[in-house]
Design a protein around this ligand. Sequence first.
Ligand code: ADP
Ligand code: MG
Length: 687
Amino acid sequence: MNSRKNSGDYFGSLVFNESTMRDYIPETSLGVWKECVKKHTVLPEKIAADIADGMKRWALEQGATHYTHWFQPLTGETAEKHEGFLIPSGQDGFRMEFSSKELIKGEPDASSFPSGGLRSTFEARGYSAWDPTSYAFIKDKVLCIPTVFCSYSGEVLDKKTPLLRSGEALNRQAVRILRLLGDESTGSVTVNVGAEQEYFLLRKEQFMKREDLRLCGRTLFGADAPKKQELDDHYYGAIKPEVTAFMQDLNDELWKLGICAKTEHNEVAPAQYEMAPFFTNANLANDQNQLTMEIMKRVAEKHDLVCLLSEKPFAGINGSGKHVNWSISTDTGENLFSPGRTPADNTRFLLFFAAFLKGVDEYYELLRSSAAYAGNDNRLGGQEAPPAIISVFIGSELEAVIDAIISEHPYDGGENAALAVGGDVLLQIARDNTDRNRTSPLAFTGNKFEFRMVGSSQSIASPVAYLNTIMAQELKEAADELESAGATQETITALIRRMLKEHRRIVFNGNGYDASWVEEAARRGLKNLKNTAQTIPEYASEKNIRLLTENGIYTRKEIESRGAIRLEKYCSIITIEARTLIEMVRKGILGSVSAYLASLSDAFGFEKKQKEEIGRLGDHLYCVLEQLEADVKKLDLCEDEAARLSLCSDVLTADMKAVRAVIDPLEKRIDSRFWPYPDYTELLFAI
Ligand code: ADP
Ligand code: MG
């Protein structure tokens, strides 16, 4: 007999998923749990006790010694605090204990997590509560229980809760609309997400030599390598064995955790790669993406590599994003963004599609904000990443369709022959006929939208939560209207037409990198929110507060606190970068410039020339460095947050740019034996 294991055999072996639960939990309890998850109702205590018991037995069999509530605070990372199962028992004995109480609720100290002023320091307690819709898993002998996290007084302090709430809001409104369209069989809808993850791999040894990489996750200076990505030889290139070894290990770890890592390839920039999992429901996809980022970093360590997740680690070459593929499907297996095969399906598709366009047009500032933070500022709007202006790419065929609907003209669909419904053109759209426009921040790709603005290091929870909320809001408005007007083919078609007509401006199929788009967008009245600072006042606007409170995602206080956290984090990151740059110049660069200058003699003409040139650059460097230092000192004098924000965003970033503008040419001129840091060639072409 062949005793070799198939590579897929261990898939999910570290996850307490449904099939594992079947072996450890009484059938009736499992049934109740499934109903509760499906209907979003509270789990009875007795069932929770059965699950806790089963979970414990399973975890102990897997060698787990501890458990933790695993949550996602507003840092965007994950948090865990381990508790041993072990408790003393009898004279010298012990027993392993884990009850429903421990499964359901934890009380971690919340005082050191960002709360944006929600938590007063005297009340440090926070609550974590089990999320029974995501699976528990084992990591490093620790049973990790996905949980939500809130303050003692109930304010939400995490990223998971709004994601769950937004999914429920969308579910409510989508089912309402489906009923109005005559669908009586759909019980619920689910949001599906597939988050493609880009990353860089560097040699650890070289990474460790650069404080900017270690402290900021990106290089703050570095002259272009003679070769960048102009030969397009890395993208989809043969993967080097060392990288393959990393990817195989990564896949092993992810598969054990039930994460369906599916696609892997070399990305455009040298040393850049991508992993895409198979999509799953939004809550799980979010948990899994958080885990994926963590596992990527630790597997890299094992290979003496470093996995860099920051958005723009190197100037002059592509940065990393996280394309969030987003769709909605029914429990009967229908994708609601799938242009259907029947006239009724097409009506449904167009209604959801039009509602989405309307939502993006009305709330694009919120979507823009969801991907706005210091790291992503370095990436968005460059010539290789989506522009900072939000628009939706829908492909030429769909564009022709919506224009035909708006103008009430028949659509000449050519070979994708039209299906006429009620005198209107609603048609069969060939799947995947949409072009791949890489320059769009939000693209329709056949049966899903791809939000490409999201940065590689960030949690996908907020971007997905806002997509869900916007969609819920628009479906709610549509349902209200159809309920009062009566849902007939005429009223539905009129509604679709009006939504498309009024929000046509958000559609842009052209080249988003082209300078003319900036002007065109301005003509259309679409704001170009260039950086994080510009999104800060937009985020907690009255419009967004209304949207988020009315859909039950946040309270006003929670939104304001999130705005405050974003601002604070932005300023902290810029400040750390400024300080790091100052250190590197003072402790590393100035001395090497002097040493190199001293090593040159006056014996030869070329040496004199070099001395002159480098000396001049050195003087200039000192000058811009002093300016940066003086401006950093002003941080202490800022009277309020707004002043701090503008100092960081307008002044410090410009100062750092000025410093870099001198360091890079200096680096090009100094003998590498004197230059203290690995350069771009060494960093990017090491593997
Ligand atoms: P690309 O060519 O841009 O990499 P793919 O078609 O390979 O695009 O899909 C990328 C991601 O989109 C994967 O994570 C995939 O699982 C996910 N995806 C595919 N279909 C859907 C869907 N209906 N809803 C959400 N995500 C999806
Ligand atoms: Mg993609």
